[in-house]
Design a protein around this ligand. Sequence first.
Ligand SMILES: [Zn+2]
Length: 418
Amino acid sequence: MRYTIVVAIVIAAVARTLPADESQESALPWKAGVASIVITPERPLRMAGYGGRTDPADGTVQDLFAKCVTFEDQQGQRVAVITLDLIGVLAELRSAVVEQVSEKYKLPPQAVLMNASHTHCGPAYGRDDAKDYFEQLTQKIVRVVGESIERLQPVTLSYSVARASVAMNRRTPSATGVVNHPNPFGPVDHSVPVLSVRHADGELQAVIFGYACHNTTMGFLKWYGDYAGYAQEYLEADHPGMTALFMMGCGGDQNPYPRSELKFAKHHGRTLATAVEAALEVNQGTLRHQRPVNGPLRFALDTVDLNFAVKNRPDFAYPVQAIRFGNDVTLIALGTEVVVDYSLRLKSELSRPEGPAIWVAGYSNVYSGYIPSRRVLLEGGYEARSRPWHPDLEERIVKKVHDIVGQLKVTRDERPED
Ligand SMILES: [Zn+2]
């Protein structure tokens, strides 16, 4: 209550001294800036994602993008959320970007989230024959971060969620073990979390939306963003001036079905874009549907050592990041190809009736094979085979998430009251 009164006095004071629209903007709880750049390779390069393709890409069906939203709270703290139509965020790419944005824009590593859509129709940019592309890509990502900071302006944020059933579990038990095949009875996470950014006049500036599913509708030799590329394209076409950013979730064991025809990628994209529209629709009754997002920003990034069930293989330093938007949203970003069990478990363990909404992204900040849950590892199958992990990896990761989320407490005095 004390906070509310202080804020009301400050707003009243500002309103007396500024013209109406300026005072309206000054009262907004956030600043945000948005930028986007095409990262489609300009020459033929080998493609990432499927082992069988040895020829380079021979054309473009849809451009690939790097996009960034920088958020600034009322205390001036900033976080940059970068989304990429790429297979993953290689450690080399992240370090090159983080080094430059920390030097140029004073953004520390914990304030930089990099997420890849896991499109299987993007470049294999870590290869020796793509070094020129890697360099251009790095510069372009640094540039979108810089442009998003230059464009910081007063905004409001809100959070909402809808559902889409594009994803199906792809682990099917059989007499010979778990096989890679659509399993309509396996676990899924069909939620579509949406963080929307609006100008003072209510106009949408950006939406960041999540979904947990491989971008593997097609395996041809064309650049394109798959269903996530189409979802972003459709949303941007339907909301001129708005930027749509796709945040890949814990879709390590999830595929879009049906597959193998381009029309299905478009259908899936339209389905997901429609789910985002559902999340944005305000006339659904309760505040909980469209949740106003207040500050302050809190963020943390740490690594947890994952060990292997084989001798002499060094531990893997696995990155776990969390960004908390006041008491309204906590965005957890896990590294590389995380299976769906992680988002289901973390949302269940961390959600509180009066606490922030929990959003769990995968494919963030590093790309280095699958992260099975204990269940998936013990069951075996494709996602369990990529690394000989020790079965305690799930407990280690979950404990680290609890630790860093616990560090991001927002005190009661910092929370605006309803
Ligand atoms: Zn994958």
